[in-house]
Design a protein around this ligand. Sequence first.
Ligand code: SF4
Ligand code: SF4
Length: 289
Amino acid sequence: MLINTGIATQELIKKLIPSPERRARGPYAMVECFQEIPCNPCSTSCPFGAILPMKDINDIPTIDLDRCTGCGICAGVCPGLAIFIIDESKGDGTATVTIPYEFRPLPEKGETVRAVNRQGNIIGDGVVTRILASKKTKTPLITVQIPAELVYEVRFLNLIDDKSNSEEPSSTYQSVVTDDLSSKVLDTVEIDDTAGTENDEDEIIICRCEGLTLGVIRDLIREGYTTVDEIKRISRAGMGPCQARTCGPLIASEIARMTGQPIAEIQPSAHRPPVKPLPIEFFLGGDSE
Ligand code: SF4
Ligand code: SF4
């Protein structure tokens, strides 16, 4: 179950897969956001109005794939890293998936990387075809070419070469315009060779409800708070309306990275009801959901 594992089920993913005609037409966004959380940058950032306006900030985003050009702006601003750009239009047995990637160092264009599924398992290899970093979005987008049959599975990448000793950020950010519609947006995206420095990353908001940045979380981990629950108690991360549905997996991932533990060994924080925001009328005996 998604609520227990944080991993979307096949049933939920299948509902997002568009018609064969839309898949053949060109790139599109897969918005893998299935829980009601107080978040809406995907909707407010889309220059084509493809992610429909939300009546309530807790609404689950709805996308109109006829308007979506696959430009990737939404994927770069989603704090939950929940949006992926899929392009199956080549029809040659390969497809590309564009992945928001917050780790360093970045891969380089042309590099072979390990293709990783939602469960964290390596399921094949891919080749990096584009790296897009922008001052607007902060989160770099890595486009990876993979066998077409894996395009609904691959959601992360692992580097093969250990470049962790490299001090220099990659200087190979490249914007590749693939069609007229996307060029309208990509032309306005400023390529920033300084994106990806630790200072830049430290400004990324991890817990939107409590306004906590990645820098704050990293400082706490360095001070010895190395479980999600400890960080929750000292900082209130995960105690806001979304109840850790956005920040919990991100904090766990950062603990794993900084302490060298496998992500599977990082325990999520304890949950108590209600597991989602409820109107006060619910507790007063009025209308319930
Ligand atoms: S990929 Fe671009 S056009 Fe499609 S929903 Fe995202 S921002 Fe809008
Ligand atoms: S987590 Fe991402 S997809 Fe979900 S509402 Fe926020 S910006 Fe949109």
